[in-house]
Design a protein around this ligand. Structure first.
Ligand code: SF4
Length: 64
């Protein structure tokens, strides 16, 4: 599974970062940085929680 980010929708508040800080990080400019766009092994439930917690629907999960 891959993580897709729509930068136009991201407001940089960091809810995703609070749930998975090693994957999602809001930088000093308020831009979200993904450490990887591939869901790490065994972390699907956690990453899915971060994705669904995004209030602006800026994150999506996709196959492949
Ligand atoms: S929770 Fe959504 S809007 Fe907030 S930083 Fe993460 S992707 Fe951006």
């Amino acid at each position: 599974m891959k993580i897709l980010l729509d930068r136009g929708k991201c407001t940089g508040l960091g809810i995703c970062e609070s749930l998975s800080p090693d994957v999602f990080e809001v930088d000093d400019d308020g831009a979200l940085v993904l450490s990887t766009d591939v869901v790490p092994d065994g972390r699907l439930a956690e990453i899915r929680a971060a994705v669904t917690s995004c209030p602006t629907e800026a994150l999506r999960l996709t196959e492949d």
